[in-house]
Design a protein around this ligand. Structure first.
Ligand SMILES: [Zn+2]
Length: 312
């Protein structure tokens, strides 16, 4: 069961697993507001996750840095095609390696890495779990090589690129280290992995109840925003509500299944058809359905282990 949970991440991390002929582009760039760019990474790309950047009056801020140094270098080159202003900040939306491995590329270009304090606390330890119970020396070196944030916060921080403001705020739900980055003058919100657009999410570290509250807060505060999710395409309120609907469905179905006494694979087998009929077309469905059900069952039973040794 543990290997099944890890497999999707490993498939994404290990570049050589895919047939070369089918290799998708690392990412595609979309200008989602004036000087605000989303880098959308297609499923199966070795870039691994979405990122983006904001060009301000006197500098650039980058949001997340991919799970792959080549993708980070390509993003830096794309930024350099658009501006010669300094890269001043990288904000990591959470500690998962698919959002952090490229940090060093931007740190070397002069950026300060900024994130919630738990990103710094967990990046070199909790990321090892994505390689199973016995990470190789190369896996350990990859994780230990992640450039950590040098500026951390508890609740949030406001960053300024001249007069251009970025509001960075900690929100609960995906890992305990998550933040959103709001660019008010462009009505854009980078959500990190608090939002997955039409994809089943990785819930390995998630607490779905506070996650639902965070999604509701985003919907209330930014109903007309353009959302850049951690995975999937650029999104808007109906997409956020669809993701919220999935999580609410998941919690309700798992609670009903547990109430009938089913556990483990029997629980998954009983619930899978209803999920398939409603969400079978979503990305990562085959990868994440079983772990989503089992991890939510653990959460609802108060047995889920969370980063930092907490139990949900
Ligand atoms: Zn991610």
């Amino acid at each position: 069961m543990r290997l099944k949970v890890l497999l999707p991440v490993l498939l994404i991390v290990l570049a050589g697993v895919r047939p070369a002929a089918a290799a998708p582009p690392l990412f595609t760039l979309h200008e989602v507001g004036p000087g605000v760019w989303a880098a959308i990474s297609p499923d199966g790309s070795k870039a691994g996750a979405n990122t983006g950047f904001v060009i301000g009056e006197d500098g650039v801020a980058v949001i997340d840095s991919f799970q792959n140094v080549d993708a980070a270098r390509e993003l830096l080159a794309d930024i350099r095609q658009r501006t010669s202003l300094p890269i001043r900040f990288v904000v990591n939306t959470h500690y998962h390696l698919d959002h952090m491995i490229g940090n060093g590329v931007f740190a070397a270009a002069g950026a300060v890495i900024v994130a919630h304090r738990n990103v710094r606390a967990w990046a070199h330890t909790e990321n090892l779990k994505f390689f199973g119970p016995s990470p190789t020396a190369a896996n350990r070196a990859l994780v230990n090589g992640i450039v950590l944030p040098s500026l951390t916060y508890d609740d949030g921080v406001d960053l300024y690129l001249g007069n251009r403001e970025l509001i960075v705020r900690h929100m609960l739900g995906h890992t305990g280290s998550d933040s959103v980055v709001v660019i008010p003058d462009a009505h854009v919100v980078f959500t990190g992995d608090l939002l997955w657009d039409r994809h089943l999410p990785n819930l390995i570290d998630a607490s779905t109840k506070p996650l639902l509250r965070s999604l509701d807060a985003l919907a209330t505060q930014y109903p007309s925003a353009t959302f850049v999710p951690g995975h999937g395409n650029v999104a808007h309120l109906p997409d956020l509500q669809a993701f919220r609907g999935y999580l609410a469905f998941l919690r309700a179905q798992v609670a009903d299944g547990l109430a009938t006494g089913k556990r483990g694979q029997a629980l998954v087998d009983a619930l899978a058809p209803a999920f398939r009929s409603q969400y079978g077309t979503w990305g990562f469905f085959e990868h994440f359905l079983t772990p989503n059900i089992l991890q939510t069952a653990a959460e609802l039973q108060g047995k889920k282990r969370l980063p930092g040794g907490r139990v949900n």
